[in-house]
Design a protein around this ligand. Structure first.
Ligand code: COD
Length: 300
């Protein structure tokens, strides 16, 4: 099974229990809009933590009916994130979501050694794009958390993402390890790592997926480009997951997909005790809603 559109995430969660979602620093219009829509759609049971007056003002201005919704008043930003993370850590939530607070403030709390959401695994960011010019959704990792992953970290990032794709119903997702070129070049570290990751996959050191790399972006997503270059690959042109060499490449790809290609996106932090919806403050309400769908599917 592969997903063709993000709205198919609804089929995966259909009939399942509502997930408890904590929205940290909830006084954020797009986040509240997405959370309330998912609540009305019976996908989540939200708890809003933040400045109650600010939350109620946004809801009144946008005609959001929040009768019956739990609000915990915590006007201080850092304390609202800390309370949210502690509650998620105490199993009071299936999903944590970031509201009006900076990414690194939330991540630092999540990584807190005493009361954070660490599991011993590497945490990584996973984004799922629906773009008209590709025949199915395509996942991209890591565009927002790990800055310059080494080989060991790349393996953990692949494992997190593949486990998530398997929860979404994928069987042996195809993983392209991106480089600037499709040949191993000893001066380009990304291509060396890609070759090692491919060989580790062939030898069953990385399981449950088919890895090939290095692949340049064109051969990863276009069979025609791969054939023109004479590349024989099970992954080329049919990639399910793109592994980025570092955060700069990943973040620029993410933003160019959204701003130039008008892609729809859903994203999550994986590897913590609960999935974390960490869309950026500039992401649309739709992106936040789709990320909530993804988090509900990933917390199955
Ligand atoms: N998974 C698990 N543990 C981690 C991870 C991870 N991905 N990253 C750090 N840790 C642990 C370390 O082992 C250490 O024990 C502790 O956390 C602190 O590690 P530092 O000092 O490297 O981390 P910080 O607190 O300085 O920074 C961690 C961040 C995640 C905040 C940092 O990596 C970061 O700023 N990433 C980019 C976030 C960002 O700006 N994204 C852009 C979004 S658009």
């Amino acid at each position: 099974m592969v997903l063709k559109t993000l709205s198919e995430l609804k089929n995966i969660i259909a009939g399942g229990p509502r997930k408890k979602l904590i929205l940290a620093a909830a006084q954020d219009q797009h986040s509240l809009g997405a959370v309330i829509r998912a609540w009305k759609d019976n996908i989540i049971e939200p708890i809003l933590i933040g400045d109650e007056e600010g939350i109620r003002k946004i809801c009144a201005e946008n005609n959001y009916d929040i009768t019956g919704l739990t609000i915990i008043h915590e006007p201080d930003l850092e304390r609202s994130v800390e309370t949210s993370v502690k509650m998620a850590s105490n199993k009071q939530a299936d999903v944590l979501m970031k509201g009006k607070v900076g990414t690194s403030t939330l991540l630092k709390c999540v990584l807190n050694k005493e009361w954070g959401l660490r599991t011993g695994n590497l945490l990584s960011h996973f984004a799922l794009f629906e773009v008209e010019t590709y025949h199915k959704v395509i996942a991209v990792t890591d565009v927002a958390m790990n800055i310059a992953p080494n080989l060991k970290e790349k393996i953990a990032i692949i494992n997190n993402s593949v486990a998530c794709l398997v929860k979404l119903g994928y069987n042996m997702p195809k993983v392209a390890i991106l480089g600037a070129v499709e040949m191993v070049n000893e001066n380009m570290e990304a291509t060396l790592d890609a070759a090692l990751l491919s060989k580790m996959n062939q030898r069953d050191q990385i399981r449950n997926c088919i890895i090939d790399g290095p692949l340049a972006f064109d051969n990863a997503v276009s069979l025609e480009s791969a054939q023109l270059k004479g590349i024989r690959s099970e992954v080329a042109g049919d990639t399910d997951l793109l592994l980025m060499p570092d955060i700069e490449v990943g973040n620029v790809l993410y933003k160019s997909m959204v701003f130039f290609a008008k892609a729809k996106v859903a994203s999550l932090i994986l590897g913590a005790r609960v999935p974390i919806v960490l869309t950026s403050r500039s992401d649309s309400e739709q992106a936040k809603y789709d990320s909530i769908l993804l988090s509900a599917a990933a917390s199955k």
